[in-house]
Design a protein. Structure first.
Length: 90
């Protein structure tokens, strides 16, 4: 089972999986959390971990009543594929 966390000291979200940790680096700019980079280890690619990570990021933003902005190509594509995330997009 994968474990999700916000590693505030590293400014990234993390999702553990058997094949390794997926990450989403972020920066807080003007009250908006900007997703700068999403990465999954080579061994774990193609298994949906990056999408699962982004789903957790969206859930956390909803729980915290915060807004997100995508800066990396993967996050931009994720938001395009999931119009139901519009409520957390800045």
């Amino acid at each position: 089972m994968a474990d999700f966390r916000d590693n505030e000291s590293a400014r990234r979200y993390e999702l553990d999986a058997p094949e390794g940790m997926s990450i989403a680096d972020y920066r807080d700019i003007g009250g908006v959390r900007v997703i700068m980079h999403v990465e999954t280890p080579h061994e774990a690619r193609g298994r949906g971990y990056a999408s699962k990570l982004m789903a957790h990021v969206v859930e956390k933003a909803r729980a915290d009543n915060s807004k997100l902005r995508a800066s990396c190509a993967f996050a931009v594509a994720y938001f395009r594929r999931h119009p139901d995330t519009a409520d957390v997009q800045a």
